[in-house]
Design a protein around this ligand. Sequence first.
Ligand code: CP3
Length: 356
Amino acid sequence: MTPALKNDLFLRACRGEKTERPPIWIMRQAGRYMPEYQEIRKKTSFLGLCKTPDLAAQATMLPIDILGVDAAILFSDILIPVEAMGMELEFSEHKGPSFPQPVQSRMDVDRLLVPDPITHTGFVAEAIREITRRLSGRVPLIGFSGAPFTLATYMVEGEISKDFSRVKQMMFSEPETLHILLDRITETVIRYLEMQIEAGINAYQIFDTWAGSLSPVHYQSFALPYVRRIVDSLKRYGIPSILYVNGSCALLEDMVTAGTNVVSVDWRMSLSSVRERVPSGVAIQGNLDPVSLLGAPEILREETRRILDEMKGRPGYVFNLGHGILPSTPVAMAQYLVSLVQKGPDVPMPQRVGRV
Ligand code: CP3
């Protein structure tokens, strides 16, 4: 049995309800900026960490204990189910993730599996059960998946890319191959998220991080329909869903039609304009620039106040960054941000740590 939640601000905000104050969590909140994470990480590789439920649970708990955020997010990576589809995955310290044999042809696509999630990624379900035990209802747990287009980007590019030229080349030369790939990823993601929901997550976020590189027409064809299919398939579980796209300014209205409860936006748009463009029943998450945590505390306080003012009185708001927290962030600044949102502008300010 899932224990009753002591803090359900996050879930209420996702459902578009008015809350006493906005809940806050931080994308990539368990990560390299925390010395305690580095300690856990010393024991194993990043993939080893993801695949060891006890360690993944320890990492998930760090920002709950150290920052006091209003939601936990499963410690894992969007590329875990892609490895289960049959692609060799490597993580290097300097280059980040890579696939040594990227998808290049229709034949490569045909070789990919739609894996059984328990058989191939059962460690994720185990981690969720372990995290739920450790949380014992303190805050909700967010599960997640990459969106089909963003996962396809990594599978076709083979590594982090600046211009996405390979996946776009496939889009402009063999659109049918890309659609078949996206279809296979979508089936994988649906099963993978079903497993997470059955293991006990309270909400899920879909990361379509790189869909912002598409024109609206291509977004409507190669990204949106697949996310919509995932959201539709999971509606019967009744848990809140969030869609994140980095660089979504030109796509916001389309993004809303995916049907998630929440849209998560980056800092390139003012939240007052997002408020006008997003229907009142849909909640909004975002959108502090992650680099503001590397600056002066006074300026962080002003930026936070501006965002809170922009969203004042709007039911359904979750405070977050516009993208993941950077590894060079001082922990004291992340703690300060959480206090500013939870307690207001008069909380004690940390000494300035960084310098330009
Ligand atoms: O938010 C959280 O704290 C949950 C865990 C989480 C990670 N990655 C842990 C991680 C989540 C939700 C992700 C999502 C993810 N992973 C995305 C989508 C969101 C985004 O940030 O754009 C993407 C594109 C990836 C792929 C990925 N994983 C990259 C590009 C990298 C290397 C760059 C980097 O920041 O290190 C990773 C590695 C990764 N994922 C780390 C962590 C904590 C660092 C690994 C380490 O310990 O060395």
